[in-house]
Each structure stands twice: as structure tokens, then as C-alpha cells.
Design a protein around this ligand. Sequence first.
Ligand code: NAD
Ligand code: TYD
Length: 350
Amino acid sequence: MGKKILITGGAGFIGSHVVRLFVNKYPDYRIYNLDKLTYAGNLENLKDVEDRPNYTFIKGDINDAAFLDELFATHRFDGVIHLAAESHVDRSIADPLAFINTNIIGTLNLLNAAKDTWQGDGEGKLFYHVSTDEVYGSLGEEGFFVETTPYDPRSPYSASKASSDHLVRAYHHTYGLPVVISNCSNNYGPNQFPEKLIPLVINNIKHNKPLPIYGDGKYTRDWLWVIDHAEAIELIFHKGKNGETYNIGGNNERKNIELVHTLCDIMDDLLGRPAGTSRQLISFVKDRPGHDRRYAIDAAKLKNELGWEPTISPEEGLRLTAQWYLANEQWLNNVTSGAYQKYYELQYDV
Ligand code: NAD
Ligand code: TYD
């Protein structure tokens, strides 16, 4: 009999790729996807696996401790892969409380439910917490984040994720909960909500709208193809050591303006527009408050201990991403119009 795994946030961007990977690769596991279906959660992301016998969707909120206790008591999961979160830095600046509730209290509720269910018998059990490199703060021109880099979160989003990481480690040390944490760099690929830089730029180019670049555009991120992240999570879930942290990165640093130039050129090519057309849409706008200058991951531990490396080149990944958004116009229209949320209100009576 295979494992029973609860994946939280499985209707979101990264979570949907993790759910698909587990459902396809482990037909003998039972995969439960728990998601509140916020604006960022979309079951269309999982159309291809929704009828599989080893997959179950559960609509629910990790802020509801009583609901979680009952869910764990009913299903007695062997593993939790926790991705549910409020994930957008700009929204955290506008409304920090939602981030504190879901990212901190929601994680605490899950930890309690797992602790109470497993009752100190961690054999074959694991609480996997998916986190971000943003907990480490901001780098200058040089250097990389390693697993021992001191935490220095600087946005409400990264502060809430840092807090949840600390709680996960505290439950390991205090109650012996079997845990792993991974801290990953910026992801990109199919199904990302178009509030984040890459899908926003693709969508705006398509509609000939300005491409908003914060500040001087020289802020740097390390971009990772989302399916490579999902594969790293699957590997760490099975082979990672209890209590350990693993950094995951794309080895693919770009200044925002360079990244947007590349996307403009790819989109001109795909849309059959003369070279240079989309670059004219670039518009420098007011900076994000407290904007972290540079993130860069050293993923040597994951490579040396578990043999993981990113599989596709950035040029290939960005082109595949642009092609996906062009081919999935309906998905993009649904998430940008909010029509899919109305559907869920009717479907789930919320
Ligand atoms: P996302 O915003 O696309 O998806 C989040 C999902 O969580 C959505 O389906 C949403 O409905 C669900 N959710 C939100 N609040 C919930 C609640 N209270 N109860 C149940 N479900 C809830 O996020 P993402 O980009 O896929 O990120 C997933 C995880 O990975 C997050 O924990 C994030 O911090 C982490 N992460 C993201 C990136 C990135 O580049 N996107 C990088 C590193 C780490
Ligand atoms: P984002 O995709 O929001 O991810 P994060 O803030 O978690 O790294 O932003 C990536 C980078 O792009 C970040 O430096 C902010 C910048 N950015 C813009 O310049 N313009 C935009 O419209 C957005 C959304 C982001």
C-alpha cells in the first residue's frame, strides 16, 4: 500500500506541477490536494489529472484548525508537502495580514495537525515545507545564499515565510516532528498567475500594453523552470534527510531588464512582429518599497547530496513559457477576468 500524501496549495502555480508529478509517477500513492482556491488557485491547472483514481481534491482553508484536525484524523496522512501560501510580494505590501494568517498561522495549524496525528511516531512520516530564498534577504553584487546564510527577511511576504520556516524547525527540535525545508529561487513556467513578472510581461506584450519595470530594472533574480522545482521537491521528499534544509536554484541570474529584453525578442518572433517592436513597450515605473536588490542561490548541497540539477536552459524555458501562454488564451482570459472565481463560488457554494 503506497503513501497517503497531503499536498497543500496544489491548485496554485508550483503546487499544480507537484500534484501532477506525484499523481503520474506514483499510481500507488493517494494524493490529496487541499486548497482554498483563492484568486491564485485554479483547478483548471489540474484538468488532466482530476479523474485519476489516486487523486482527490479537498477545498479547505489551512487557517481553519478544527477542519485540519478532522481532516488528519480521517485520512491519517503519511506525508505533507506544504505549498499553500499567499505568495506575491506586492500584495504583501498592500495587505500584510493575509500573509501572516495563511503563511504563519496556517503553517502552525498544519504542524499541530501533523504532530497530533503522528504522536511522536515519525517512522515513514514527513512534513515537507516549501519555502523561498527571499527569507535570506538581499545580496549585493557578489555572493550566493547557502543553507546556513542567516535569515534577513525584508518584505511582509518574506518575513511571513521566514517565520513559518522557524516554526517548522522548532517543531522538529521540540516535538521531534520529521521535517524537511527547501528554499527555492524565482520560478517560471506554465500556469503562473499573471501578477508575477514573467507572465505579466508576456500578457502585456500580447495586448500591446506597457511593460512596467520597477526602479532602474537592475534588480536581479535567479529563475528556475517550475517543473525542475517540482522534480527537486519529489527528490527531496523521498531522499532528503530528516531535519535538513536544501536550497534550490536555477543557476540562471538575470537583471529584470535583461530578462524582459529576452522575453520581448522571443515574443516578437512568436507573434511575427518586426524585431524590436515589443521592447518599445518597456516603461520604467516607481520602485517597489523595500525592493530586494539581488537573490542568487548556491544549490551545491542538493547537487552533491541528491544529484539534482536544472534540466533546461533559460532560453528554452522562456520560449516554452511564452508559447504556453499564447496557446492557452482561455486560461489567461479566465484568470484575468475573474470568471473562474465566479464559477468556483457557484460550484462550491462559497
Ligand atoms: P500561488 O500563489 O500560485 O499558489 C498558492 C496556492 O495556495 C493557491 O492555489 C491558493 O489557492 C492556495 N492557498 C492560499 N491560501 C490558502 C489557505 N489559507 N488555505 C489553503 N490554500 C490556500 O503560489 P506559488 O507561486 O505556486 O508558490 C507555492 C509555494 O512555493 C509558496 O509557499 C511560496 O512561498 C513558495 N515559493 C514560490 C516561489 C515562486 O517563484 N513562485 C519560489 C519559491 C518558493
Ligand atoms: P516577482 O515576479 O513579483 O517576484 P519576486 O518579487 O518574488 O522576486 O518580481 C520579480 C522581479 O521583477 C522583482 O525584482 C520585481 C520586478 N517586477 C517589475 O519590475 N515589474 C513588475 O510589474 C513586477 C510584477 C515585478
